[in-house]
Design a protein around this ligand. Structure first.
Ligand SMILES: [Zn+2]
Length: 78
């Protein structure tokens, strides 16, 4: 039982690093550095200007600049 509990704890601890690991795997960039430097995790360009609140909120989640967001996500009003 202790082992099971410990493994659950380890999994939830690792969740914090999933975005960092994914960014490194997919884009060879640090998610954390992208956040601190306000740089897009995909293209590396500055990501500090957004045309709408939705794009800015998406930045806080995915750390992608608006053009990269538009490429990754289907347009809402498509
Ligand atoms: Zn970008």
């Amino acid at each position: 039982m202790d082992t099971k509990f410990n493994s659950v704890k380890n999994v939830s601890f690792k969740v914090n690093n999933i975005k960092e690991d994914l960014a490194m795997l997919m884009f060879n960039r640090s998610f954390t550095l992208a956040q601190v430097g306000k740089q897009c995790v995909v293209c590396g360009k500055r990501a500090d200007i957004f045309s709408c609140a939705r794009a800015e909120r998406e930045w806080t989640i995915s750390h992608m600049c608006e053009p990269c967001q538009n490429e990754v996500f289907e347009p809402m009003d498509g």
